[in-house]
Design a protein around this ligand. Structure first.
Ligand SMILES: [Zn+2]
Length: 236
């Protein structure tokens, strides 16, 4: 039974677990998800702005049509005012009242158009701002992804190298030891523990003096009474 070698194998397996954990962490990188969500949110904001702009343009067009109609009516009233049909003061007054009303309506519509133009300006400014933010977030996301890809490539390389080491080590360990190790890894991911200063390297509990002496003398049959790991002596 070659416990020191099994202990080394256990160490390599632990390193392998670390690499695999790191790879899993990269796969669900929080930053990348955050950028993705932020991009999505900005995109929706941008589309909403575009929608508002479309509605604004439509409302402006409606008001412009109204103004054209009002102008047409005004022109008709002006013509009527100077025609032969307007032959009493009463009629003249009515026409002038009508003209005043039309002018008021026109003024209101024009004011509304000015407001809408201002609103459209603001929307356009917001859209330009959002567009800038979108480009920024996209850049951030791509950089993040690039970094992650590099890390993955590095870890994959380390993983392959480590796997080579593990394979070589397994070849140099006798079948009996390996079978025991494999059986024990079902209950402990690190079933082999070195003993130092009468303490189990796995759970840090004291080893009975008798066991300790035997282990020190080279016994490979002793398990820790508290954690069950198989113990071997390691010179301090
Ligand atoms: Zn223990």
């Amino acid at each position: 039974m070659n416990l020191p070698l099994l202990y080394e194998l256990q160490y390599l397996h632990k390193e392998m677990d670390d690499i695999i954990n790191k790879l899993n962490d990269i796969k669900e990188l929080k930053d990348m998800r955050k950028f993705k969500e932020e991009y999505q949110r900005l995109k929706e904001e941008y589309l909403k702005g575009e929608e508002k702009l479309k509605k604004n343009a439509y409302r402006q067009e409606t008001r412009n049509n109204e103004i054209r109609n009002l102008d047409f009516n005004k022109k008709s009233s002006e013509e009527l005012k100077f025609s032969k049909d307007t032959n009493t003061i009463k009629k003249l007054e009515n026409i002038e009242k009508q003209l005043e009303k039309l002018e008021e309506k026109k003024q209101t519509a024009e004011n509304e158009i000015i407001e809408m133009i201002n609103e459209a300006d603001n929307i356009n400014k917001e859209l330009a701002e959002t567009k800038k933010k979108l480009a920024f977030i996209k850049k951030k996301y791509l950089k993040c992804k690039e970094d992650a890809d590099i890390s993955v490539a590095e870890l994959d390389e380390q993983k392959a190298e480590l796997q080579g080491k593990i394979d070589n080590m397994i070849k140099s360990i006798d079948k009996e030891s390996l079978e025991l190790y494999n059986k024990m890894t079902k209950t402990h991911s690190d079933p082999v523990a070195p003993v130092k200063n009468r303490i189990c390297g796995g759970c840090k509990m004291d080893i009975p003096a008798m066991d300790y002496e035997a282990i020190k003398a080279g016994s490979v049959k002793h398990k820790c009474q508290s954690c069950g790991r198989i113990l071997f002596y390691r010179k301090p």
